[in-house]
Design a protein around this ligand. Structure first.
Ligand code: GLU
Ligand code: ZN
Length: 295
C-alpha cells in the first residue's frame, strides 16, 4: 500500500508532549503502511499563530529526528480555500450567519459533548427579515456556514471501530469562515486533505468528533474516496485525567533547554501513554516500533 499521511500542528504555541505522541503515531503509521509524510502547518487562525511558533515546529521536529517528505502552510493557500468556497457556493451549500455568540448560546441546544447544535436560524430567514435587520444592505459581521446533509454517516476508525453519526445532530450547519474572515479549522483541514491527497488521517481522540462533519464537507467538495482514520489515545495525567492547559503549555523546548534529550522525551511520552512499563529513555526507532505494534 502507498499513500500520504500528515502531521498537522497549529502554531499557537510550541510543541508539547501531546504533539510528540501524535507525531510518534504518524511516523509509526507511515512506517507500517509505507506512506509519505507531509508536514502541514495549520495557521488558519492568523490571530493566534506566531512566526516563532512556526519556526519552532520545524526546529523541534529536526531536533527530535522526525523527517518528512513535503510541507505546506495554510496561510499561503488563500486562493485554494477561495476556490473551494466558490465550489460550495455554486452548489448553494453556503449561507451567511449573523448570530452573535450570545445569541448562538441562547437560541440553540447543546449536544452531549457540550457543542452548540446550530438550528439554522439564518438559513430560514426570509429576504424581508434580512432587510429588516439591514443584513443585506450593510454588511454586518457574519460568518459563512456550510449546509450539512441531514443524514447519518457510517465511518470506520482503525482503532475504535465503527461510528454512525449525523453532523446535523452533532453541530448543525457549521462555519467555514468566521466573522473576521479567517478560514475555520474544519474547512481548511478538509480542503487540504483533499488537495494534498492525504490517504491516512492519524490524530488524537480529541478530534474524533469532527470526523463525520469533515467527511460530509469533503464529499460536498467532490472527494469520492475517503481517507483511512485512526484516532489515538491522549496522554493523561497520573489520575487518568486529560492534561491541563498548564501541563500542555510546558513545551518540549523547555525540556531541551533543561538538558533533557529526545530519547528521554520518547521514553517519558510512551510511558505516559501507557505504551511502556517504565519511562527509561528509548530511541526514536524503538518508540516508533512500539507504536507500530499497536496499529
Ligand atoms: N491542527 C490540529 C491540532 O493541532 C490537528 C488537526 C487534524 O489533525 O485534523 O490539534
Ligand atoms: Zn445565524
Amino acid at each position: 500500500m502507498s499513500g500520504k499521511i500528515r502531521f498537522a500542528p497549529s502554531p499557537t504555541g510550541y510543541l508539547h508532549e501531546g504533539h510528540l505522541l501524535s507525531a510518534l503515531y504518524v511516523w509509526a503509521a507511515a512506517k507500517k503502511w509505507n506512506l509519505k509524510i507531509h508536514l502541514r502547518i495549520e495557521d488558519h487562525d492568523q490571530s493566534r499563530a506566531r512566526p516563532a511558533y512556526i519556526a519552532g515546529i520545524r526546529e523541534d521536529l529536526a531536533w527530535l529526528g522526525f523527517k518528512y517528505d513535503s510541507e505546506s502552510i495554510q496561510s499561503a493557500r488563500g486562493q485554494v480555500y477561495e476556490a473551494a468556497l466558490q465550489k460550495l457556493k455554486e452548489k448553494s451549500l453556503v449561507y451567511p450567519c449573523y448570530c452573535s455568540r450570545k445569541q448562538l448560546l441562547a437560541e440553540n441546544p447543546q449536544s452531549e459533548t457540550g457543542e452548540i447544535v446550530y438550528q439554522g436560524k439564518c438559513f430560514y430567514k426570509t429576504r424581508e427579515e434580512r432587510r429588516e435587520t439591514r443584513e443585506i444592505i450593510n454588511s454586518a459581521p457574519h460568518n459563512l456556514r456550510f449546509i450539512v446533509p441531514d443524514k447519518f454517516i457510517n465511518w470506520h476508525d482503525l482503532r475504535l471501530g465503527d461510528f454512525h453519526e449525523n453532523p446535523k445532530l452533532q453541530c448543525g450547519d457549521f462555519p467555514i469562515r468566521d466573522r473576521d474572515n479567517q478560514w475555520t479549522y474544519q474547512f481548511a483541514v478538509c480542503v487540504d486533505d483533499i488537495d494534498e491527497q492525504i490517504t491516512h488521517i492519524i490524530r488524537g481522540e480529541d478530534i474524533r468528533n469532527s470526523t463525520a462533519r469533515q467527511i460530509a464537507l469533503m464529499e460536498a467538495l467532490g472527494r469520492t474516496e475517503r481517507p483511512i482514520y485512526l484516532h489515538h489515545p491522549l496522554i493523561v495525567d497520573a489520575n487518568n485525567k486529560k492534561l491541563s492547559k498548564r501541563e500542555l503549555a510546558h513545551s518540549l523546548r523547555q525540556d531541551k533547554e533543561a538538558g533533557i534529550t529526545p530519547e528521554m522525551l520518547f521514553g517519558r511520552v510512551c510511558h505516559k501513554a501507557h505504551l511502556t512499563e517504565s519511562d527509561a529513555p528509548i530511541a526514536l526507532v524503538d518508540a516508533i516500533s512500539i507504536i507500530m505494534e499497536t496499529l
